[in-house]
Design a protein. Structure first.
Length: 392
């Protein structure tokens, strides 16, 4: 059906590239470009199919525009970092190409997760007849699709959403993050925030916790209330919503290390003077921590991400829980990545597939819950992320 240009060659990209390569009918040609071309070449070498690679600095719009013109893709799939989102969207507008990403824009100097910067592109994409799909990972991404599927098939009105992201697996390292350490730590150390009765309620970072019993005998974990970007788009797009919260599991060991790193200033994102040079402590910490891609062969156990959604059907209260369980070792066997990258990369490929085949189409900037969830849910079952729905 066409050609995709994938930007970024990290952990998530590794999965996207494998999954696109597994669907040659849709992704007839694949070009992978990133800041470090050798990383693109290393990913390309894992595939049985030939793909093209290129070097690009995605913060440099003229350079991006030149690459997009040369490649002439049907879609640009952005799996670089959130800092590049607006630059890549600018380049897509300049070249007339559709856009997809997995995480909302963040300004480098403040850890603020808001859609307003990207939503501000809506009219320009609409006028250009282009589509931008935001947040096509697992969370954000599949979590919104789970909610709209529940809304379509089980409830007349959604009142409460609890998104619960658990990792019951382990990589055996003293401290490591499962995706980009800088983005992960910025997110986890930010204030908690949830939506209730039309207002945002703020909580201190990781100050609200509860025990969660995972399905299918996976045991129990402590989950912590956090802010997560899909809360903003769900609050905007789900009518009747009274409360939306996001929870993530963390081991005591992870939290102990994080607390010490915070206390000594290693998670700061402002510049400090060191030996006559300016450094950002969190960027320096990232350089010391294990590369998430290196955790693939080490990680064992399972992830379980799902949405517990409560509302009304025929005037009666009903709660539906939809979840996916993903096995780190199975993912590694298939695409040489652990489940965190897998659960992000597969939905990115599915979003791209639905756009390139015209199953999901629109003009403007869209979030996942604005489309029919059924084709996406079918693809999840087909592409390695099967889900279950239970009535609680
Ligand atoms: P990585 O750090 O592993 O990979 C990021 C890649 O982007 C690297 O290859 C990096 O290049 C490249 N990159 C960074 N800056 C530039 C630039 N200026 N120009 C070109 N390439 C650049 O991150 P992950 O793979 O873990 O995460 C990728 C994205 O996925 C992030 O936006 C993250 O927030 C998102 N994500 C979304 C999730 C979801 O469920 N929705 C879950 C997990 C992640 P280099 O190798 O040279 O450093």
């Amino acid at each position: 059906m066409g050609k995709v240009l994938i930007i970024g060659a990290g952990g998530v990209s590794g999965v996207v590239v494998h999954k696109c390569a597994q669907n040659p009918d849709v992704f007839q040609e694949i070009v992978l470009a990133s800041r470090t071309k050798s990383k693109c070449d290393a990913l390309a070498a894992q595939l049985e199919r030939k793909i093209e690679t290129a070097r690009v600095d995605a913060d440099n719009v003229p350079e991006l525009v030149a690459l997009i013109k040369k490649v002439n893709p049907d879609l640009v799939l952005n799996v670089a970092l959130p800092y590049q989102d607006l630059h890549i969207m600018d380049a897509c507008l300049a070249t007339g190409v559709d856009y997809l990403d997995t995480a909302n824009y963040e300004p480098p100097d403040t850890a603020r997760f808001e859609y307003r910067w990207q939503w501000a592109y809506h009219d320009r994409f609409r006028q250009a007849g282009l589509m931008a799909l935001l947040g096509s990972g697992f969370d954000p991404g599949v979590t919104s699709v789970f909610c709209t599927w529940i809304q379509k098939h089980h409830l007349d009105e959604i009142h409460e959403i609890d998104i619960i992201d658990c990792n019951a697996g382990s990589h055996g390292q003293p401290f490591a993050t499962n995706f980009n350490p800088e983005i992960n730590i910025r997110e986890v150390t930010a204030k908690g925030r949830y939506w209730e009765k039309g207002k945002w309620i703020e909580t201190d970072p990781l100050s609200v916790k509860q025990e969660f019993i995972l399905p299918e005998g996976l045991g129990s974990l402590n989950i912590y209330l956090m802010y997560h970007e899909e809360l903003e788009s769900l609050a905007a797009h789900i009518p009747h919503l009274k409360r939306a919260r996001f929870w993530m599991s963390f081991s005591d060991n992870y939290l102990k290390h994080l607390e010490v790193l915070q206390n000594v200033g290693m998670t700061r994102i402002d510049e400090v003077e060191y030996n006559g040079q300016k450094i950002v402590p969190l960027k320096f910490l990232k350089a010391l921590l294990p590369d998430p891609a290196s955790l693939g062969p080490l990680t064992k156990g399972k992830t379980c991400i799902g949405c517990k959604v409560k509302g009304l059907q025929d005037g009666q209260e009903k709660t539906v829980y939809v979840y996916n369980i993903c096995d780190h070792e199975e993912c590694y066997k298939e695409v040489q990545s652990q489940a965190i990258s897998y659960t992000t990369g597969v939905p990115a490929m599915i979003g791209a597939k639905l756009m390139m085949t015209g199953v999901w189409k629109g003009e403007g900037v869209f979030n996942m819950e604005q489309f029919d969830p059924d084709p996406f849910m079918d693809e999840l079952n087909r592409c390695g992320l099967p889900w279950k729905a239970v009535i609680l």
